[in-house]
Ligand binder design. Structure first.
Ligand code: PGA
Length: 215
């Protein structure tokens, strides 16, 4: 099975010009590599870049919800994946497990694959639908350069697998770099990666992908 490598650009970059440059250099760098690479830019760049992932979504498909972007809109734009429940949205936007689970359900109902970010098993809903992806992101490792030990990561992956079954893809995220990526895939057995900071540096991001794919 192909590895799933997701780039979470967060609130970067500031101009469309930079976004195009970054996007194109990543695409060029990975064109001969056998992995599923999904880039999640800010919403405003999605239609121009024809990216396949978004960083968030609302739970209703349309209506009087100022500022929201719906699963139907993303699906109709040709997207395949959407990150939900990222720890930064939990922290800065007050998203709760209830809200996040609504987003997971609404995305699946539109045929979008939600990438549900968690740092605790209890954040996984009881009936996670088919097609959802889990990203284990230990809070202390997100954007800090501090890495999670391989044994701990592996233990969590196995606990998540017991909870969601073997058919659900499980990714690792949190300060992934070209130096540690292999350990999470080959050592801890994750089926892909969710990469933040390093996905803004095209060479580093492409190196991460090469390091886990050419094995
Ligand atoms: P990081 O971010 O790679 O910069 O730690 C990961 C994430 O927030 O998804």
């Amino acid at each position: 099975m192909k590895l799933l490598i997701v780039a979470n650009w967060k609130c970067h970059p500031k101009t469309l010009r930079e976004a195009k440059l970054l996007f194109n250099s990543i695409i060029k760098g990975v064109k001969d590599i056998d992995a599923e690479v999904v880039i999640c830019p800010p919403f405003v760049y999605l239609p121009v870049l024809k990216a396949t992932g978004a960083q968030d979504v609302f739970w209703e498909n349309e209506g009087a919800y100022t500022g929201e972007i719906s699963p139907a809109m993303l699906k109709n734009l040709g997207l395949k994946y959407v990150i939900v429940g990222h720890s930064e949205r939990r922290k800065y936007r007050g998203e709760t497990d209830v809200m996040i689970n609504q987003k997971v359900k609404a995305s699946l109902a539109q045929g979008l694959k939600p990438i549900l970010c968690i740092d605790k098993i209890s954040q996984i809903p009881d009936n996670l639908g088919k097609g959802a992806v889990i990203a284990y992101e230990p809070l202390f490792a997100i954007g800090t350069g501090q890495t999670c030990g391989i044994e701990k990561a592996k233990k969590m992956r196995l606990a998540i697998k017991r909870r969601v079954g073997a058919k659900t893809l499980i990714l690792y995220g949190g300060s992934v770099s070209s130096h540690n990526a292999q350990e999470y895939i080959m050592g801890a057995g994750f089926q892909g990666l969710l990469v933040g900071g390093a996905s803004l540096r095209p060479k580093e991001f492409v190196d991460i992908i090469k390091n886990v794919c050419y094995r």
